[in-house]
Design a protein around this ligand. Structure first.
Ligand code: NAD
Length: 544
């Protein structure tokens, strides 16, 4: 899979052929010395082994780092637990200050983060920038709204006035986060920030391919003033993730549905909370009243941002027959004109797939569809001329229902087209999947699109947008239905998952003898008559 040029680059330790606008004459090199302070942040001990990641743009080695053993993970959680006790005693406002500063750091130092994210994932700069924008949004949102989300509230007591009820939110303790490689900065921090704000500590296990970005996030939190021990990174593969679940108080998992089921099973055995953000087979419906020219650019982006390696990416286009001919022709033309490239600037529209495994999966899905009679309208080829894992943005038509690409998440730059002749059929096709993560409807008639949305079984629905405004609306919950997950991120949803509620009820009348015990002490049917009168009064007054 690695070509000769990449192999030469690998031998020299350089990431060859990557355009770096800050050094236009040079070849981009990740100096091991420069990476050393980041690598030193991994919670590891002697002899736990090493992992070598590569740069998807060329296949050349990127960094070799030590991995964590099960004992390292356990020690890390103990450290986190100690740090968490003092952190939880600070006010929400003090904790929010760290998030405010982090938001500024991510914007100010975006160039370093963008380079790392791109070199680890192979994504385009514009897809990498989505990560910067997201973390700036999430940090600001929780810093500003944190006090409101976490404040204690009063509730109506059993006996009004005599029972004083307060409901508090307490941190769960140590939150374990396990994340995939596709949005490494977002997925390192988007659950960690509300978790920290709520008074928890976080131990993160990123995917081995994107460990440097996770370490950069740890450094940025440090620079934002987060006390030591509260955000630690353990490194390695599935076994490190499994070890983490054994020790933490809540697991925030993002990844495939297959792994999510295993994580949920173990969390269930341990009786700890689990937030599961899993896969999707997202559909977008193009109604018969769309302005095709206006819709096409947004729909292309909905399908091919981050080369389709995005949980909310569109993999199925459901097109009304009345506009199908015009829409498909213009859509395919736009897809064919997308610029692919490995540039560390904004010149490329689509980047690389992140690994050989991704390339193999995408190739297998397309080959299977073709073998079953599907037609390629655009792409369908490995673009080794651009880089070892680049794959051309692909549009497939006439894909049979039994094809793998119809049912399974491809997680790559491949979209299928299905024609329908009414909204009813569109909804049936969109819901014909085990997944329920995200969907979109494109229509001039927003009322109609909203009516369609009420019948789609997904956690989020975008109207006249692919995913950006849905993901970016961080005050609203985002989470999957069906096999796409449990619980959600953003807004109050994250706080719900990352805190425990505690109800404290004070019998206020105790000071002057007005208690339930004194009522029961009256004997006979007096207590029940008094209570019946009180309950009847509460019913009439509609107290709740
Ligand atoms: P994956 O499930 O293979 O791996 C995800 C993480 O889990 C990695 O860090 C991996 O090392 C770890 N892991 C693997 N097996 C484990 C185990 N048994 N116990 C504990 N940890 C384990 O996922 P992937 O294929 O690398 O990532 C892509 C998937 O992530 C896609 O399905 C995508 O849709 C999904 N995703 C979902 C969201 C969302 O918000 N819903 C966001 C991004 C990605």
């Amino acid at each position: 899979m690695i070509d000769d040029a990449a192999a030469d680059a690998a031998a020299s330790g350089a990431v060859g052929g990557v355009l770096d606008p800050e050094h236009p004459q040079g070849t981009f090199v990740l100096e091991p010395g420069v990476m050393a302070p980041l690598v030193a942040r991994i919670a590891t001990s002697e002899g736990s082994g090493t992992h070598r990641s590569m740069c998807p743009f060329t296949g050349a080695p990127l960094v070799t780092f030590p991995v964590s053993s099960a004992e390292d993970v356990a020690a890390c959680v103990v450290r986190a637990r100690v740090a968490q006790r003092s952190w939880a005693r600070l006010s929400v406002r003090e904790r929010a200050g760290v998030l405010q500063r982090l938001g500024r750091i991510v914007l100010d130092r975006q160039s370093e983060a963008l380079d790392l994210v791109q070199l680890e994932t192979g994504k385009s700069r514009r897809a990498a920038f989505e990560e910067i924008a997201d973390i700036a949004q999430v940090a600001r949102h929780y810093a500003v709204r944190g006090e409101r989300y976490l404040s204690s509230r009063r509730a109506l007591g059993m006996v009004p006035l005599l029972a004083g009820v307060q409901v508090h939110r307490r941190p769960v303790g140590v939150v374990g986060a396990i994340s995939p490689w596709n949005y490494p900065l977002v997925l390192a921090l988007s659950e960690a920030l509300p978790a920290l704000l709520a008074g928890n500590a976080v131990v993160l296990k990123p995917d081995p391919q994107t460990t440097l970005t996770a370490l950069w996030a740890a450094e940025a939190l440090d620079d934002a003033g987060l006390p030591a021990g509260l955000f630690q990174v353990v490194a390695g593969g599935p076994e490190v993730g499994e070890a983490l679940i054994e020790h933490v108080d809540h697991i925030a998992f993002t990844g495939s549905t297959a792994t999510g089921r295993k994580v949920a099973a173990r969390a269930g055995e341990r009786l700890i909370g689990a937030t599961l953000e899993l896969g999707g087979k997202n559909a977008l419906y193009v109604t018969d009243d769309v302005d095709v020219d206006a819709a096409v650019p947004g729909i292309v982006r909905a399908c091919f941002s981050n080369a389709g390696q995005l949980c909310v990416s569109i993999e199925r286009l459901v097109v009304h027959e009345a506009v199908a001919e015009e829409f498909v022709a213009k859509f395919v033309r736009a897809v064919r004109s997308l610029r692919l490239g490995p540039a560390l600037d904004y010149s490329a529209e689509v980047g690389s797939l992140t690994s050989a495994a991704q390339l193999d999966k995408v190739t297998a899905h397309v080959d299977d569809a073709l073998a079953r009679g599907a037609r390629v309208l655009a792409g369908g080829v490995h673009r080794a001329d651009v880089g070892p894992y680049f794959y051309a943005p692909t549009v497939l038509d006439d894909v049979p229902a039994q094809a793998v690409v119809t049912r399974e998440e491809t997680f790559g730059p491949v979209v299928t087209i299905t024609r329908v002749d009414c909204d009813e059929d569109a909804v049936a096709v969109m819901n014909d999947t085990e997944y329920g993560l995200h969907s979109a409807v494109w229509s001039r008639d927003v009322g109609r699109a909203r009516r369609v949305a009420t019948r789609i079984e997904t956690g989020s629905v975008a109207i006249n947008d692919g995913y950006t405004m849905t993901w970016g609306s961080v005050s609203a919950p985002l989470g999957g239905w069906k096999a796409s997950g449990l619980g959600g991120r953003h807004g109050a949803a994250s706080i719900d998952g990352l805190t425990r509620q505690q109800t404290v009820v004070t019998a206020r009348g105790a000071r002057f003898g007005a208690t339930l015990d004194s009522l029961y002490g009256l004997g006979g049917d007096t207590p029940s008559r008094v209570l019946t009168t009180a309950l009847e009064a509460m019913r009439k007054l509609r107290m709740a």
